[in-house]
Design a protein around this ligand. Sequence first.
Ligand code: BG6
Length: 512
Amino acid sequence: MTVLADRSVVLRHGVPEGTILIIFGASGDLTRRKLMPALYHLAREDLLPEKLSIIGLGRRIQTGQDFHIHMKHRVMQYCSHKMEQRYWIRLESKMESLKVDYYDDDTFNIIKEKINEKEKLWGQSVNRLFYFATNPSHFEAIVDKLATVGLNLSNPDYWSRIIVEKPFGLDLESAIKLNKSIVEHFNEDQIYRIDHFLGKESVQNILIFRMTNLIFQPIWTNKYIDHVQITSAETIGVEGRVEFFEQTGAVRDMIQSHLLQILALLTIEPPNSLDQEEIRNNKVSIFEKIRKYKVKGDIIENSYRGQYNKGVVNSELVNRYTDEKGVDPNSKVETYAAIKLFIDNSRWQGVPFYLRTGKRMPQRKTEIIISLKEINAIVPTLLDQQKPIPNMIKLEIQPKAGVEITIGWKPPGLLSEMEAFKLNLGATAELSEPKAYERLLVDVMRGDSTLFIRFDEIAEMWKIVDPFLKFWNEIDKSDGSEGKLLDYAAGTQGPDIANSIFHNPKIRWSKI
Ligand code: BG6
């Protein structure tokens, strides 16, 4: 399977020379927090083509030296390695920025001129890679304009590809509309719909862990698994992305994409071949089988949402969400969401899957907790207890990757009580941060779409989350108190009442 291989050698040779990378939205958070650090890492590992030009476009972007200095500081801030000047220079020499309007034809003529310049300079045809990192509301306009000037076309001498960031649309309807406008101008093999969690080694490892180990593979069913918690918590707030977050909120931003993809990898049927399309088909089958809630009562029973109030995170006092600059003081946008889902197929019938995400939580942590069923065993020893010991498998996704298994164990000594014993397997050092984007950028340049998402997956994921968004919206307009947006202090575990989602006082959300 591709995900297993160490591809560093292949990458070096697989990335074509002569590419222009145009980043729409280069003044935004994604570019400074993820893309630039990833490009710096690639420069450091000497995995960038010699003939590569990176042009950052933005409506409010800095230009010339100011852009370089700004990006350098961001790379210093967000890279896990100490920045080294010699590698930065390698990247900087390829970069420039342009202040542009995405709705103006001139912008796209300028891009064409830049491509012509590079073709002359390098004496070869130039591949065109367009990264859509703007607010998603601009995607359709950009696609149209690219097509108007013919920048959507590939030919035998060069390719033209687009990377489309998530969220892909704001609901099923808008996603279909966006996809229609993209496929009108680009062939499927030119479109890379990105979910950067799929680029994380620890996410790829979910399949390997559950499918290749005889001690786990046979228990991966409703016969042995009681329930599953998937959490992705962050300490950051909206980080200058107010305009984006006011339109999206935590469900569209994290659950519709990252957490549902994790859920799919945890639950899909094992593929019968190495064909990556089969994994995607199996993911679609899981999404189709996830129960779609149809009435408001289901949403009230199976979800909690919150918005952070002021509080202390990492010893720093932080504002409440509605005090962030640019946020509507009456905003009902959720910065925390916890939802419960069921998969109605024979393997998973009856097993609840709890998904939770939140901004301004005490730690940055993504993890999966698989709780196994209790065994009614009569143990013929002198044990006199019996508070049950939880039997759990924890898959740590980030910031560290690892596996922790909790088992019952009688410690040596005269005491006759069992204890929970934790086995820690393979916890790695902190993952080097921009890894996911690094891999995915290189994959696009190599034309490998294995770790990207098909539109049918996206459509199915919207069908799962749309009822939450629709009914929350209705609830916000109604007078009742059930299902309302809750308040939680920044730096805490989220609204305490969200533990009621388990309908069992013994079960709580794992501690962040
Ligand atoms: C992005 C979301 O997709 O993922 C952000 O838009 C979030 O809101 C980010 O902060 C988290 O990614 P990571 O890799 O830092 O966990």
